[in-house]
Write a protein that binds this ligand. Structure first.
Ligand code: PDD
Length: 290
């Protein structure tokens, strides 16, 4: 996944090799910043407004004062695609930190936030989308403000690595048996035709793909119940799936080595995958036509 040559740095478009930050940068030293990952299909941002709104919710939550409006950030990100002649499937990573200043826990004064963004080509993972993935379960040891898309991802990184070491794709996180979300995605359980997922409290990130799913279920007439489910409920689940900008809507077929139901992607998951492809104007429509 190589980075396209033109990157956005503050308000300038520069070559990726010329991005320079000093040692004393708040994101590097404190993780004092936030980020967004936005999916791109055929050179167009998907769920663009949802991501930009969340970006601003995150900066406000940690008291970073941006001098840009939402429209200005959107225009910069659009120009980034144009300058790279980006016309394929991919993603943009945008990071905003409190800025560069001598190391001190207290916020610096009169310091502008550091903003950068870069684009990468990312093909859709058709194998996992079609076949589903295995996950592990893992304690959720994160802080109390997981609704902020903060750069502090160490517990998420540790959980995902544990999943990888066990030959799995993701880690379902739980607080005392209550399932919150996954290390880098939201998670849902289907039982008797209803979808259950954790309410959008401070304990989880309100995913932009989840926001799209909230629309799809209305059209499909599938009840979405925003109530947490327990680890113990998984053994009797009909289906399990996860969602994120990079994983789209991916079926979960095993949990800690045990199959979910018959170990095959479920019917409701497939319907949502088809709705996703339609909503994102994905040309291949591989899931929908499977
Ligand atoms: N992760 N929950 C967590 C903890 C996440 O990190 C993510 C996204 C999501 C899903 O959010 P969305 O649907 O807006 O992508 C839920 C991104 C992709 C990442 O960190 O790479």
């Amino acid at each position: 996944m190589s980075v396209f040559p033109v990157i956005l740095s503050q308000e300038k478009f520069i070559h990726r090799d010329s991005l320079k930050f000093p040692l004393e940068e708040r994101a590097l030293q404190f993780g004092d910043g936030i980020y967004e990952v936005i999916r791109i299909y055929n050179g167009t941002y998907y769920l663009f407004d949802e991501h930009i709104d969340r970006l601003f919710r995150s900066t406000e939550a940690i008291k970073i004062k941006l001098s840009h409006s939402k429209e200005e950030i959107k225009n910069l990100l659009l120009e980034l695609l144009e300058r790279n002649n980006m016309a394929e499937n991919g993603k943009v990573y945008m990071q905003i930190s409190r800025g560069s200043a001598p190391r001190d826990h207290v916020f610096p004064t009169n310091v502008e936030p550091n903003i950068y963004a870069y684009v990468q080509a990312v093909p859709r993972n058709l194998v996992t989308l079609k076949n589903g993935v295995g996950v592990i379960t893992h304690r959720d040891i994160r802080w109390e403000n997981c609704y902020i898309k903060s750069l502090n991802l160490l517990p998420n990184v540790m959980a995902k690595q544990e999943a990888k070491e066990q030959g799995c794709y993701e880690a379902i996180l739980h607080k005392d048996g209550v399932v919150t979300e996954c290390s880098s995605s939201n998670v849902y359980l289907v039982k008797d035709g209803k979808i259950y997922t954790h309410p959008t409290t401070r304990n989880i990130l309100h995913g932009c793909v989840r926001m799209a799913i909230e629309r799809f279920v209305t059209d499909l007439n599938i009840p979405l119940i925003e109530e947490p489910f327990m680890l113990d409920d998984i053994a009797n689940a009909d289906e399990l799936f996860l969602s994120s900008s990079t994983s789209e809507i991916t079926p979960i077929i095993t949990v800690d080595g045990s199959p979910v139901k018959d170990g095959m992607p479920g019917e409701i998951t497939r319907k949502l995958q088809a709705a996703y492809e339609k909503d994102a104007n994905i040309i291949e429509n591989l899931i929908a036509n499977a």
